[in-house]
Design a protein around this ligand. Structure first.
Ligand code: OGA
Ligand code: MN
Length: 304
């Protein structure tokens, strides 16, 4: 088996052919995918409809899985695994959710540029998003390359940001969208974490500018000055020349590296069904399962 990797026209992203992701990954295939994503940051696999079991097994071959916000609060799910995140505008009853529900706020928060789970430590490494039902119009997902953003940053900006940290907080984006109805205990459940604004991507050795919607304060700056800097940096990082726009087809599986990219969903008609399923690995080291473990793990779902 030889993976066929075709870079997208954009500055990041590549389409990968020559593999069936429903089958357990061989070590060679896993390594080839990791090598490709280290360079291209976003990998697109077309025509790969995955069962719940297959998607969880696939993701687990890249490391232990993130539970997202379910880590602190178990919510009812339509799926058989806690690790399968329901990225849709559909409620647990299978009906399209009312516009004023928190599920829809979560959908809308995904339309802000972000890196998955940057508000926790460990944060996310890879996300794998599988398209079930796509919106008839709108609903693209956009990705930007934070390494290209660093490379293109003017020298005086580089001096301003190097050595500074940003605070990332899970509820910051919710507050921004007016979803503020959380008590003290809920606000404290996901304490803020701090990441350097300038990081080195371990798999490519390239420097990158780590910003996004969860970042809300900058070390050594007033709140106002830090927020303006974060907005400026985000505007820089998300210029069109750094962006790949993914137009979804049912059965697409898109995998991205949250350490080197930001992404956002694009607006769509919330009264029309859009359904995706996400699995995400944690950014921890030395955690590859071998193929047997993967299969066993997929056979023991945590939710009935
Ligand atoms: C996600 C996400 C955007 C989209 O699944 O992590 O941000 O387009 N999705 O659904
Ligand atoms: Mn996301």
């Amino acid at each position: 088996m030889k993976l066929e990797i075709t870079p997208c026209k954009a500055r990041l992203g590549a389409e990968v052919r020559g593999i069936n992701l429903s089958h357990p990954l061989t070590t060679d295939a896993r390594t080839a995918i990791e090598t490709a994503i280290a360079e291209h940051a976003v990998l697109v696999f077309r025509n790969q409809p995955l069962s719940q079991d297959a998607q969880v097994a696939l993701a687990r071959s890249f490391g232990p899985l993130d539970l997202g916000l379910k880590r602190v609060k178990k919510t009812a799910s339509r799926f058989r695994y806690d690790e399968l995140l329901d990225i849709s505008n559909v409620g647990v009853d299978g009906e399209i959710a009312a516009r004023d529900t928190r599920r829809i706020v979560g959908n809308l928060a995904n339309q802000l540029w972000h890196s998955d789970s940057s508000f926790q430590n460990p944060a996310a490494r890879y996300s794998l998003l599988s398209a079930i039902t796509v919106a008839p119009s709108g609903g693209d997902t956009e990705f930007c390359d934070l390494r290209a953003a660093w490379d293109a940053l003017p020298e005086d900006w580089k001096r301003d940001v190097e050595g500074r940290d940003a605070v990332h907080y899970a509820l910051h984006s919710r507050f921004m969208l007016g979803d503020t109805d959380y008590n003290e205990a809920q606000r404290a459940e996901l304490p803020p974490v701090t990441w350097p604004l300038v990081r080195t991507h371990p798999d490519s050795g390239r420097k990158l500018l780590f910003v996004g919607a969860h970042a809300c304060e900058v070390s050594g700056m007033t709140l106002a000055e830090g927020r303006m800097l974060l907005m400026d940096l985000l505007e820089h990082a998300t210029q069109r020349e750094f962006v790949y726009v993914h137009k979804w087809q049912p059965g697409d599986l898109v995998m991205w590296d949250n350490r080197s990219t930001l992404h956002r969903g694009r607006r769509y008609d919330l009264s029309v069904r859009r359904e995706m399923r996400r699995t995400t690995t944690l950014d921890v080291d030395g955690s590859h399962d071998d193929a047997d473990d993967v299969t066993n793990a997929a056979r023991s779902p945590q939710l009935a």
